[in-house]
Ligand binder design. Structure first.
Ligand code: AMP
Ligand code: TRP
Length: 337
């Protein structure tokens, strides 16, 4: 049976290998299955929970859409749009913030990490951010959400919100109204780690770009970053069990495995006992092989402003059509209007 799929990516620039393997590559595969209906959203309303330069935000929104397209998401087979252009997201976020409980939000580890010691000074939007994410998903009655591991807790919250809404309004047409969405997390690629510290996630916000492969990196830079990636003094092992406590080596093998769509064990069979330089050379080749076509497509799209505009306009029209129908239903159930 085909699935209703929804996912979102923040337009914060520097899209990297973690975004590609953890999210976008899976979007492409799901989108290729004709039975699925897919919606991919650039979540600019989420981005403004922290300070943004308006011009950069607009550029980054375009860059994220361009990356979706360059990676192979087909805009004819899916809906690609920009969250702020579809007002039902903000409306649903408010409504669902009245369903979500304070105690649930208080448990969100991403907020704790992002706010750090600054809890009193961060925006209240950063705190209620997961309600908006729940709204994105539930507004389209989605049942499957492909994301990286870091979003698992937000997905659990979304499920709790959906369940509570359905229960609270069960006598008013809410019974089973929202499907309970499932996260779709692919083990090997769900946490791509920093090239310099295998215990930290590869991230856009890390100051040194040597920690990550960016999707616009030239081939030479990819080779340089991989050759400088941290390893350890021990030989490449034979079994997966021996990778425990070797986060950097595990990360390189995970990247190899998910990019080449090959089980880690095969890779270990090929490289155990060999030098890290052999593994790194082949990994660089594989990265170049997979990423340079995306980079070339990005450059093509850079030169075609009209194309992006058309994709976004078209996507917003389709997303509005679906979301307006559902927000009307939601309001009716609650007794609004
Ligand atoms: P963000 O850029 O934070 O909106 O993330 C967009 C998508 O990429 C989400 O599904 C994240 O879970 C995923 N993602 C971000 N960083 C990584 C990473 N280092 N490894 C795997 N997935 C990631
Ligand atoms: N919170 C997600 C992130 O930071 C982005 C996001 C917003 C999202 N809305 C979503 C992901 C809905 C999946 C579904 O990566």
């Amino acid at each position: 049976m085909g699935k209703k799929i929804f996912s979102g990516v923040q337009p914060t620039g520097n899209l990297h290998l973690g975004n590609y393997l953890g999210a976008i590559k899976n979007f492409v595969n799901l989108n290729e299955d004709e039975k699925n209906s897919c919606i991919f959203c650039v979540v600019d309303l989420h981005a403004i929970t922290v300070n943004q330069d308006p011009k950069k935000l607009r550029d980054n929104t375009r860059e994220t859409v361009a990356t979706f397209l360059a990676s192979g998401i087909n805009s004819k087979k899916s809906i690609i749009f920009n969250q702020s252009q579809v007002s039902a997201h903000s409306e649903a976020a408010w409504i669902l913030s009245c369903t979500a409980r304070m105690g649930w939000l208080n448990r969100m580890t991403q907020f704790k990490e992002k706010a750090g010691k600054n809890k009193e000074k961060v925006s209240s939007g950063l705190y209620t951010y997961p309600n908006l994410m729940a709204a994105d998903i539930l507004l389209y009655l989605a049942d499957l959400v492909p994301v990286g591991d870091d979003q698992k807790q937000h997905l659990e919250l979304t499920r709790d919100i959906a369940q509570k809404f359905n229960n609270d309004y069960s006598e008013f047409g809410g019974k089973d109204f929202f499907p309970i969405p499932e996260p779709l997390i692919f083990e090997e690629s769900s946490r791509v780690m920093s090239l310099r510290d295998g215990t930290k996630k590869m991230s856009k916000s890390e100051t040194s770009s040597m920690t990550r492969i960016e999707l616009r990196d030239e081939n030479d830079l990819i080779i340089k970053k991989i050759s400088k990636a941290k390893t350890d003094p021990f030989p490449i092992p034979e079994s997966i069990g021996e990778l425990d406590n070797r986060p950097e080596v595990k990360n390189l093998l995970n990247i190899f495995s998910s990019l080449g769509e090959e089980p880690i064990l095969n890779i270990l069979n090929n490289y155990s006992g060999k030098q890290f330089s052999d593994l790194k050379n082949d990994l660089s080749d594989l990265l170049i092989n997979r990423l340079s076509p995306i980079r070339q497509e990005l450059i093509k799209i850079d030169n075609d402003e009209g194309f992006l505009r058309e994709v976004l306009n078209d996507g917003a029209i389709k997303a509005k059509e679906k979301s307006e129908k559902n927000i009307k239903e939601i309001k009716k159930i609650i007794g609004l209007g």
